[in-house]
Design a protein around this ligand. Structure first.
Ligand code: DON
Length: 319
């Protein structure tokens, strides 16, 4: 039985802070000074994020959750939804169906690339094409209930009900023609079998689910804990789905920075243009960070720094 304990928010911390929390405090103070990059504004509503927000949360697989800074500020999950929907597709439709539709090779391309592999399938589930294909697979299995099915599954990873940011959803849908173009290409090669606009609606909604840095730390810790949420104790996904999801996060989670990332940081991770990064170190911990400044790859500038510092300070590189 897994313990479910929550370390108090640092503002409520009475006695001496544990060393890990002191380390996270120091990361927060040091990297709050970094303000390079840009807040994503290709989805206009994302451009309204407060660039000063900065939260770091770390959840261990025995259920402790550490938090520093703005860990309870909601932001949209964006591409960090991709690993969870891929895992859900594996569990819902079976590996054979999913693996026949989506590859697992790194593309080396930006996240929104329209380029497909030699079979006209997505390179992997972490780029938009692969994620849209996953939303299509869930739609194939669940029809009009697809989005609700996804929302509930993500909530089990986070250990609480998650809502949609309707303004971001509307903005995302209004400006999503590049993703629609990808959707039609996928239907042309039979990867998507259903109505493309219904599938895209699922994808836009899943990207607009609101999370906090704390939520993403717990979600990452659930990946690290082979599918058992370490805070609630709930078994949310099969070990097979989790192991394959961590595999594609390792090879493709950080887009055209994935090689550099796994070389330098050595922890499977996924970023989102909302400013989140989640990193899952198998059998150890999940990290969630939130800071909207993005680098040219679409990865959070401060989040990358936090992961690099954590990995090097505690020698967490998994290889
Ligand atoms: O498809 C899009 O454009 C977004 N809704 C999600 C992209 C995203 O988060 C890429 N991540 N860095």
């Amino acid at each position: 039985i897994l313990r479910s304990a929550t370390i108090p928010h640092p503002n409520n911390w009475a006695g001496a802070k544990p060393p890990l929390l002191r380390f996270l405090d120091r990361c927060h103070a040091d990297f709050a000074a970094e303000s390079g990059g840009a807040v994503a504004d290709y989805i206009p509503e994302l451009g309204k994020a407060d660039p000063d927000h900065f939260g770091i949360s770390l959840a261990t697989i025995d259920g402790h959750v550490y938090e520093v800074g703005d860990t309870r500020i909601p932001f949209t999950i964006q591409s960090m939804s991709k690993p969870f929907v891929f895992a859900l597709a594996l569990d819902t439709l079976g590996a054979a169906r999913v693996e026949s539709a989506i590859g697992v090779e790194p593309s080396g391309d930006p996240f929104n690339s329209i380029r497909l592999n030699s079979e006209n399938h997505p390179f992997n589930p972490m780029v938009n094409a692969g994620a849209i294909a996953c939303s299509g697979l869930i739609h194939e299995a669940k029809g009009g209930g697809a989005f609700e099915y996804i929302r509930q599954a993500l909530g089990r990873f986070a250990g609480r009900e998650l809502d949609v940011d309707e303004a971001v959803y509307a903005s995302e849908s209004a400006t999503g023609d590049r993703n629609r173009a990808i959707g039609y290409l996928l239907r042309n090669s039979d990867v998507i079998k259903d109505n493309v606009s219904e599938v895209l609606d699922v994808y836009f909604r899943q990207c607009s689910i609101q999370v906090t840095a704390r939520d993403t730390a717990v979600m990452a810790a659930t990946l690290a804990n082979r599918g058992i949420n370490p805070v609630t104790g709930e078994h949310v996904m099969t070990p097979y789905a989790i192991s394959r999801t961590l595999s594609v996060m390792t090879s493709s989670g950080m887009y055209d920075f994935a090689g550099e990332w796994i070389y330098r940081v050595g922890i499977p991770a996924k970023s989102g243009v909302g400013g989140g990064i989640l990193a899952a170190l198998p059998a150890r911990l999940g990290l969630g960070s939130y800071s909207p400044w993005l680098d040219k790859h679409g990865n959070s500038v401060r989040g990358v720094k936090v992961c690099e510092a954590l990995s090097s300070h505690y020698d967490l590189h998994m290889l």
